[in-house]
Design a protein around this ligand. Structure first.
Ligand SMILES: [Zn+2]
Ligand SMILES: [Zn+2]
Length: 304
């Protein structure tokens, strides 16, 4: 638990980890000790096809979790890995179930369904946009960028999904297996006074968090501007559906504030509407290369 630069109490939460209970390389109590010593308030064991119930390690919450992976190893067949967070009982899921069925079963067990590492899985945004059950998506997955893996960053995927109307909350996770260089690197900072499981799940479901590897990022709308405050950064980046916007990337030293003007709708010479921004999200990068990611801000029509 910490108080952020805006005075808000936040919980540091890890949503995707593997132990010796599935294909991880360390026992659960050793992993819990590593995360507790790194200042985490909650940790989730998301073992493959094995539901781990909620509990505690000292004062750190263990959120209930599991990971359901279908589609084998070839992206052309459709590879989907879905984590179940906060279920109050084991979701009833079969190995031939579709991604949407898996998400529905997770919901019936009162949990959150998160689409894991869509960049690593080469998920198709058009296909995922047609599925209704996901509550969040991993914008960054540490393990997908270390050892024998690449494609950790799913920012292009989430923006393409957002262009299709699906602005899902964005989480960063470790998905740690080896606990060499793949642990305690990517997490979410949840806006909550308590690290109780029910409080965290309610806040995550509502998108009240940002994802981080160290920096703080606070994005809000004021009229026709997006206002960002952060801990010292070298890059502040605003992303939206409009492909070119002058001023969307701010670069410098010790940046702690930036503003972005929402692109309004315009008309072409024939009177046809050219759409402006429909969504905006932001990222910051600190001098060490650590990133933080805001959630999407939906842009309505009131400025037009
Ligand atoms: Zn996976
Ligand atoms: Zn995993």
């Amino acid at each position: 638990m910490f108080t952020d630069i805006m005075g808000q109490v936040r919980q540091k939460v890890a949503l995707h980890n593997h132990s010796e209970m599935s294909d991880g390389k360390r026992p659960p109590d050793e992993i819990a000790r590593i995360y507790e010593e790194a200042g985490y308030d909650a940790l989730t064991f998301t073992e493959h096809w094995f539901w781990n119930p909620a509990g505690y390690y000292k004062t750190m919450t263990i959120l209930s979790g599991a990971e359901y992976n279908i589609g084998g190893k070839n992206a052309m067949d459709g590879v989907y890995h879905i984590t179940a967070i906060g279920c109050t009982s084991s979701p009833r899921i079969g190995k031939k179930d579709s991604p949407q069925k898996i998400a529905a079963a997770i919901h019936r067990a009162n949990g959150i369904a998160v689409l894991a590492h869509p960049a690593w899985s080469l998920n198709d945004p058009a296909k995922v946009a047609a599925m209704k059950g996901f509550d969040a998506v991993e914008i960054y997955n540490t393990t997908s960028g270390v050892h024998h893996n690449c494609r950790a960053d799913a920012s292009c995927f989430v923006d393409q999904l957002a262009c299709r109307g699906r602005r899902l909350p964005l989480v960063a996770v470790d998905d740690a297996h080896w606990y060499t260089s793949d642990h305690t690197r990517s997490w979410i900072c949840v806006e909550s006074d308590s690290n109780r499981s029910d409080a965290l799940i309610t806040a995550i479901r509502a998108g009240r968090f940002y994802a981080s590897q160290g920096p703080e990022i606070h994005l809000r709308r004021e009229g026709n501007r997006l206002v960002l405050d952060c801990t010292p950064a070298v890059e502040i980046l605003f992303y939206s559906n409009v492909v070119y916007v002058c001023g969307r990337a701010v670069r410098g030293v010790d940046l702690t504030h930036a503003e972005y003007e929402i692109v309004p709708d315009t008309k072409d010479e024939k009177g046809k509407t050219i759409a402006g921004d429909r969504f905006v999200r932001a990222e910051v990068v600190d001098a060490q290369g650590n990133r933080a990611w805001s959630n999407f801000i939906e842009i309505g029509d009131e400025t037009r």
